[in-house]
Design a protein around this ligand. Sequence first.
Ligand SMILES: *Cc1c(COP(=O)(O)O)cnc(C)c1O
Length: 395
Amino acid sequence: MQNAVVPSLLPVYKRVDLAFERGEGVWLVATDGRRFLDFGSGIAVNGLGHSHPHLVKTLQDQAAKLWHVSNIYQIPELERLADRLVGASFAETVFACNSGAEAMEACIKVARRFHFANGRPERNRIVTFEGAFHGRTMATISAAGSPRLTEGFAPLLDGFDHVPFGDLDALKAVIGEHTAAIMLEPIQGEGGIRPAPAGYLQEIRALCDEHGLLLIYDEVQCGIGRTGRLFGYESLGAPAPDVMGIAKGLGGGFPVGACLMTGRAASGMTASTHGSTFGGNPLASAVANAVLDVVLAPGFFDQVVVLGDRLAAGLEALAARHPQVIEEVRGRGLIRGLKVKPVNAEFAAKGREHGLLTVPAAENVVRLLPPLTITPEEIDQGLEMLDRTCAGFAP
Ligand SMILES: *Cc1c(COP(=O)(O)O)cnc(C)c1O
């Protein structure tokens, strides 16, 4: 058999022909010198922008001291991170990992193990939602279930029951004696910036309590201040979950994730039931602590709300001015989506011509995820670039 011609880099990404040399706050500088306003933030990762001085200094200081030790030892930086996450959330205990998918894997394992430890091992199925995205591991693609993620990867992991997002009756109908948990993104990200409908999460919380199920939120994309609250569900006025995965914004660009849970939900997670070689190592924990230093400072979230309102008002004005291009404005705070009429990837490409980076999502949505440290003037600049982008699609 002839060898297929394959690039040295596995071509699983359809990459834009653009490479960057450095980042300065909300701006990315390409290798050819062009400057781009970054309304993607590495897909909700660089929440504090690029080269944030506090993150750079923390990383440099920690790098000179200690990068990694095994989790068989005490890790003070990790303990501090866990204490702070517990102090700022519903959670009573935290497991650290390296990515969003791993955080959601931990959530799934926690839920199954909870029922096992409580003498109900048959409760091992998790209800998940159409349009969801939880990562690219076997469990997380099985959880999300869409053919786009799972095709060719069978056999999938059993134990997930998929229902339409927002449909309470379908959810009630699928809950049975094997159900362990309900797992969802309070605001679907890859699915097209779809916040849970008003009251939906309250109803889901009530169903969980009624049937003895754990409620799991995937806050990997909408968490860490993006909505103007530490967690996206808080911005929806929704009740707390029992278990929650976070990642992306937690490290501001350094790979780190975490699974947060109540003490009750954690009851099955005894010594040796789960682990991670790199999870929460001193370098990752130091950087995540530095991110928390910034986002948990008094007034930070209030500022995100003000910035998010400014962006939303500007987007609504744009939608009114360009009804032939923008169909709908979605989202909260600084996680916004434009449902556009042209192909979203083409919209994003035209945006780049005007110096703006955005990220396509499902439902033909263009995601706007600027760093939380953006200034009002930079938001206005982004809106002007979007205005020019829309004008480029005029009939
Ligand atoms: C990005 C994302 C994940 C997966 O995170 P990785 O770090 O890529 O594994 C999971 N859930 C949601 C909601 C995400 O947006």
